[in-house]
Design a protein around this ligand. Structure first.
Ligand code: 5AD
Ligand code: SF4
Length: 448
């Protein structure tokens, strides 16, 4: 039996790619093990969105540099695509380098490795294929990912993704709906639709569905109670998406709509293709929806040329939107990207200062916002149990964590060793009364 270990870095697209890679490997007769030490084949599915993410894989590989211990190493994902064969020079013990656009070729590449080939590559981006496999090994017992679109055709000036994941390719609506129905039959009640820019989804089949139509139809698949989607690009985020959320209760009332900056001048330099005003128009649609929609975002601070006034505009936008949560990042220079050549780079300490300010500013907003939930009853999908606190871990439709006490906490959990079981409350939908709130979560009591 050939054994493999895989470690995944980066976004949900990568996490889901790994689920598909694992399924493919198992189908080829490989057995997954939980440490690199125990494995003959070691896979790293990598991220290169920021320099720090990219460095992680080289740290991992360094650990085995002097003594590869008879193992075979494979680098997958965004660093693989970006660095290509240079990886063989930096880390000569690596035998395979493969970007996500070549995963369909994995079975053949494994055969080459088995045959003793020490330099196997899958680096072509010239594809109109998506990586569809019936063998996916899913990690989460309740929420399942479905990729609807791969690649990205936007050219944000800071971003490596168009270079690492290639051009946009949408799956047919029929294959997406069939996968959702199959997942429902397997007991999944929550689906998360994935893509670098789900809003530019275009059904390649004659049905010709756009994203709003696909979203609505996935929400109508029998047995599916919650549908989420990520990530959205504001430029392609149209009103019918909000109309679908308004009319279909299975669609979660949460939208992640990365803004990156509150300054139109910076948005222009980032080649984001919208102004602050156009972005705020999308926020206005959401605020006018019948159900309250949680809004989350990504922010980049310290983009080249960002002045104090630009930065203040971002803080002002956070105040105006009142996001439920924000991921903020220091700008990181990436290979191949247009912004690499820009003058007026912001010093590292200044980026760190701005990041800390954004984070504290947003924390205060979240404390205020979450406090408004105290007293409310929220439906939660029960995702776990915290033995240390005796609380169940629930997730609201708005994607807020709601920890709660249940009269039968101990007994309900007794006998379940991991969190994978479906017995007890896990995987159930329950009502919870919110009694306390913090910056990052809510707490409450079981209410039925
Ligand atoms: N530097 C910093 N942050 C970046 N992101 C993307 N590229 C960069 C970069 N070069 C952030 C964006 C994006 C999120 C996934 O990562 O905010 O929305
Ligand atoms: Fe990282 Fe972007 Fe690649 Fe996801 S698509 S793994 S975030 S570089």
């Amino acid at each position: 039996m050939k054994t493999f270990y895989i470690e995944t870095f980066g976004c949900q697209m990568n996490a889901h790619d790994s689920e598909k890679v694992i399924g493919t490997l198992v189908d080829q007769g490989y057995q997954q093990v939980l440490t690199p030490e125990a494995a003959e084949l070691v896979f790293y599915n990598t991220c290169s969105i920021r320099d720090k993410a990219e460095q992680k894989v080289f740290h991992r590989l360094d650990q085995f540099k002097r003594d590869a211990k008879g193992k075979t190493f494979a680098v997958l994902g965004c660093v693989a695509q970006q660095e290509g064969e240079k990886i063989f020079e930096k880390a000569p013990h690596v035998s395979m380098v493969c970007g996500s656009a070549s995963y369909n070729q994995l079975p053949q590449m494994l055969v080459q490795l088995e045959a003793g080939n020490r330099r196997v590559t899958g680096l072509s981006l010239d594809t109109d294929e998506t990586f569809d496999t019936p063998m996916t090994r899913r990690d989460n017992p309740h929420r399942a990912y479905i990729t609807i679109i791969e690649g990205c055709d936007k050219k944000c000036s800071y971003c490596v993704v168009p270079f690492t994941r290639g051009p946009e390719r949408s799956r047919t609506s029929a294959s997406v709906i069939a996968e959702a129905a199959q997942l429902a039959a397997m007991g999944y009640s929550e689906i998360q639709l994935l893509g670098q820019n789900v809003n530019s989804y275009r059904d390649p089949s004659p049905a010709g569905w756009d994203f709003a139509k696909l979203l609505d139809e996935v929400g109508r698949v029998a047995g599916i109670r919650r549908v989420r989607f990520t990530t959205s690009h504001p430029r392609d985020f149209v009103k019918p998406i909000i109309d679908a959320i308004d009319s279909n209760p299975s669609l979660c009332n949460h939208v992640h709509l990365p803004v990156q900056s509150g300054s139109t001048r910076m948005l222009d330099a980032m080649q984001r293709l919208y102004t602050r005003e156009e972005y705020m128009q999308r926020i206005a649609w959401m605020k006018a929806a019948r159900r309250p929609i949680a809004i989350t975002s990504d922010i980049i601070v310290g983009f080249p040329g960002e002045t104090e006034a630009d930065f203040e505009a971002t803080l002002g936008l956070l105040t105006e939107v009142e996001y439920d949560s924000v991921f903020a990042f220091k700008y990181s220079r990436r290979p191949n990207t247009p912004a690499l050549a820009l003058e007026d780079q912001i010093p590292e300490e200044e980026k760190a200062r701005r990041l800390a300010i954004v984070q504290e500013h947003q924390r205060q907003i979240q404390i205020r916002r979450n406090a408004a939930y105290v007293g409310a009853i929220e439906e939660c999908l029960v995702e776990g149990f915290n033995k240390a606190t005796g609380q169940w871990i629930g997730r609201t439709s708005q994607y807020k964590t709601l920890n709660f006490l249940h009269p039968a906490a101990g007994e309900a959990f007794a006998g379940q060793s991991g969190s994978a079981g479906k017995s007890g409350l896990l995987g159930q939908y329950v009502d919870v009364r919110v009694t306390r709130s913090g910056a990052n979560s809510l707490a409450g009591e079981y209410a039925g």
